[in-house]
Every structure is written in C-alpha cells, then in structure tokens.
Design a binder for this molecule. Structure first.
Ligand code: ATR
Length: 268
C-alpha cells in the first residue's frame, strides 16, 4: 500500500514540498504519496486527527501552524524543543512525534552545498523571530561561535539566553560595529518588504558567506552583501535539505539533494 504524507499550511498552494518529495521518492524508488493540504486557521488539530485516522504516516507543517504542531505532538525532539516549533510530524500508533528539520537543513546547505564547515566559524544570525529560533540550536551544535542581532535588541538577548552554556552574544545591529563574521545569516522577514537591515560596512570577513533564508527574490541584504564582496546564497538549498531530513526521518534513506536543487532552480 502507498504510504501517505502531506504538507499542511495556510496558504499552501505555492508550496514546493510536494514536488521535492515526489523527486526524492522517484530517485529512491519508493512508493509514497505527498500532497499539499490547506487547513483552516482554527482547524489544525482536526486536520491532524483526520490524517491519522486515514492512516497517513506523517506530515510536514508550515506557516502558520508550526506552533500548533509543537503543541499537538506527544513527543518532541531536542531541536523541536529549542525551536519551540515543529515542521515534521511522525504518526506512530498513539504517538505523534514532533521534530524540526529547518536548522539541520540550513546547516547541511551551508556545509555541504556551499562548502563552509561551521566549526570554529564566526556566525552572525540576524533576526530573533520564529525562523531564528528554528535554527539557533543546530547552528550552535556545529561548534560555530554565534552572535544574534535583531532590530528589537531585547529579543536577540532573550534568544541568546536560551543557551546559557554557550557563549552567544545577542544585541542590536549597532553593536556589530567593528566586528567581522565568516557567515552572516538573514533569518528576518525584512526581505519581504524590501527593507534594508542596518548592518555596518566591513561586517563580512574576507571570503565570507552571506546567506539569506529567503529564496525566489534578491533581498536588499543580498545586494548589500554582494556590494561588500561577500559570496551570496539564498534559501532554496535549505528548503530542499530540510525536506531531505524529513524524508530521512520518515523513510530511513537520505536522498541526493543536488539534482533536486538544480531542478528547482530551472523552475524559478
Ligand atoms: P518569523 O517567524 O518569520 O521569524 P517573526 O517572528 O515575525 O517572523 O520575526 C520576524 C523577524 O524579522 C524579527 O526578528 C523582526 O525583528 P523585530 O523582532 O525587531 O520585529 C525581523 N524584521 C522584520 N522586519 C524587519 C526590518 N524591516 N528590519 C529588520 N528586521 C526586521
């Protein structure tokens, strides 16, 4: 019997996840189905109940339901707890296991696709909203030295304080003056409104990678980084890598991501 999976969001019609998982399944020769489901804003839990009763094996969860998914899980991975959000659910009997593959996807994209091993690197994470919470623990786990900056500095401090054992600094953009980083990650939503982030010039160390978690558009951060001589990456690789991590959790096999990223680039 075909194992069934889905991605749940609202809106969801734009989602590339069904295509990505179709390509993974074809590559590995697995018989799965994967569809996009728009849940009503107040209807996430009911949608999960339905999928479980219909025998689905798991689902991905996207905006605006990652916190609802966190709340409906009966078990949570450490990275889901740190993220306070779930993007991957596994249905196993009575259990609903919640995980978060966003950070692993980001780290894998940076390390394997962009060739920057993060251990010992000076990494700046910009933003202190849901996207930053999703990736902070996996970034720290690499052994990178992490700084978090945010427009509302107190939120960056609050996020940094979630990791009392790690030496992370959290603060405002102004406090970055005179510092340099090997990797600068944009996890803010500033790109959606074409807003500049007030980064000081000279923030990029020679050969630095500027990574925007957004894809499909050239953000003001990416333009700034190019002007400053940094190498620039968008978040398409992260999207595919977080999907590959979910596929691995569900199916026990890790798909090749490079051909899938290449295919999605041709469709952009
Ligand atoms: P998400 O879940 O996408 O991370 P969020 O929780 O609303 O969404 O967080 C958005 C992040 O982008 C925040 O860090 C926000 O900064 P504030 O905490 O100061 O609001 C950041 N952000 C949004 N617009 C921005 C802008 N124009 N300049 C700088 N940061 C911005």
């Amino acid at each position: 019997m075909t194992d069934r999976y889905a991605v749940i969001g609202n809106p969801i019609s734009h989602s590339k996840s069904p295509l990505i998982h179709k390509l993974f399944a074809e590559q590995i020769g697995q018989d799965i189905s994967y569809e996009a489901i728009a849940a009503p804003l107040e209807g996430f839990a009911a949608t999960i109940d339905r999928l479980r009763s219909e025998g689905y094996k798991g689902c991905n969860v996207t905006v605006p339901f990652k916190f609802d998914a966190f709340n409906c899980a009966t078990e949570l991975s450490e990275r889901a707890k740190a993220a306070q959000a779930v993007n991957t659910l596994i249905f196993e009997g009575d259990k609903i296991i919640g995980d978060n593959t966003d950070g692993a996807g980001l780290v894998r994209d940076i390390e394997y696709n962009h060739g920057v091993m993060l251990k010992g690197m000076r990494v700046l994470l910009m933003g202190a909203g849901g996207a930053s919470y999703g990736v902070a623990l996996p970034l720290l786990t690499t052994g990178a030295s992490l700084a978090i900056a945010n427009r509302t500095a107190s939120r960056a401090v609050e996020l940094a304080m979630k990791f009392p054992d790690a030496a992370i600094r959290g603060g405002s953009y102004a406090e970055l003056e005179g510092l340099q980083f090997d990797v600068v990650i944009n996890a803010t939503s500033a790109g959606l409104t074409d807003s500049e982030i007030p980064l000081p010039t000279g923030i990029f160390a020679p050969g630095a990678l500027a990574y925007d978690m957004m894809y499909g558009r050239e953000t003001p951060f990416m333009k700034f980084a190019r002007q400053q001589g940094a190498r620039v990456a968008d978040g398409l690789g992260m999207l595919v890598e977080q999907a590959a991590e979910a596929f691995y959790i569900w199916r026990g096999v890790r798909p090749e991501t490079a051909p899938v990223i290449a295919k999605l680039r041709t469709l952009q």
